[in-house]
Write a protein that binds this ligand. Sequence first.
Ligand SMILES: *Cc1c(COP(=O)(O)O)cnc(C)c1O
Length: 389
Amino acid sequence: MNTQTHPLMELSKRPPVVMARGAGSYLWDNYGTRYLDFIQGWAVNCLGHSPPAITEAITDQLSRVLNIGPAYRNANALVLAERLAQASGFEQVFFASSGVEANEAAIKLARKWGQKHKQGAYEIITARDSFHGRTLAMTSATGKPGFEDAFPPKVSGFPKVTYGDIAALQNAVGPNTVGVLLEPVQGEAGVVMPPPGYLRQVRELCDEAGILMLVDEVQTGMGRLGPLFAHLEDGLRADIMTLGKGLGGGVPLSAMLARNRVACFDHGDHGSTFTGHVLGCAAGIAVFDMLTQPSHLAQQAESARHLQRVLTGLAEAAGATLRGRGHLWALVLPQPHAEGIRDRALAQGLLINAARPHVLRLMPALNVAAQDIDDMAELLLPLLSDSAN
Ligand SMILES: *Cc1c(COP(=O)(O)O)cnc(C)c1O
């Protein structure tokens, strides 16, 4: 099993290339070979590689202080929390470094709320095929096949239901239920969309049962699906929302946002050495300000339209099905050839993700240029056509 020859622990099969430099939609390896990047740090680099706005913001911050720490306030965390609260309608914000930490904070807050207001109810219903991260508790919360039982004993209190099935969710709610945790779109499952109206039904069910609605927007948030926060689109709002990935535009930054009525942590209940990191929040402010600028929003919308148009053509030509929105898309292939296509794409200078054996996933920068989208399609079409035969 352990045949690796390098001390860097091997946790997944990676190609031997060593990436060295990036700009916009491109990465270069250490031989100078160029790759068109439709993975972008796993849906993280929402403004592409090394955008000047982030470079300037963190360089400016570095010239003053690198780290202040959790014992004192800093202006960047205060400003970013205000902007996120104002844009989302959630009143309180906790910052962390990774998506999974934001989810852990969300679960702890919901359980605390259950202790205080729901006679100790602690169960949080999650969905099959969901993904919420890789700590022990989030491995148990995650509904990816094989995950839940991988590191026994699992953390209990996460019953699972089929995503999109409101009746199943209704049946799963019991006296120990304190909340429901869902992704607005299941990204890691291969961009699985819920039936129309599902999130509103979940909101109504939570209101009727007096339980909390938690949304994991680590992948869908910060404009990935179009709007800044995907689940707010039709006027509803969860009680707790988590953000990560795009929030820092490439710098590790995540957040857990809560409504006032559920934000019941007492001093000492939660925290982190890196919470509200001044450098991460500097990047977060730069990202937020760019993503909310009218000129960017127009460019992002045009880019999304072009991407959808091109992918629709690609799917038709290749006999594949297309699903997704904004800048998060999956091509569902007629054959389970996703990994082979991904490897051949890499050899030709295109980076894409094989989310499942039948599913290729694309998560480019939100400002990816029309020419880059056209180049992606030109590289991918022959690979899709070859593999269909
Ligand atoms: C990526 C992801 C996570 C985990 O984020 P990390 O930063 O890897 O901890 C959690 N939830 C969703 C929906 C994700 O896509």
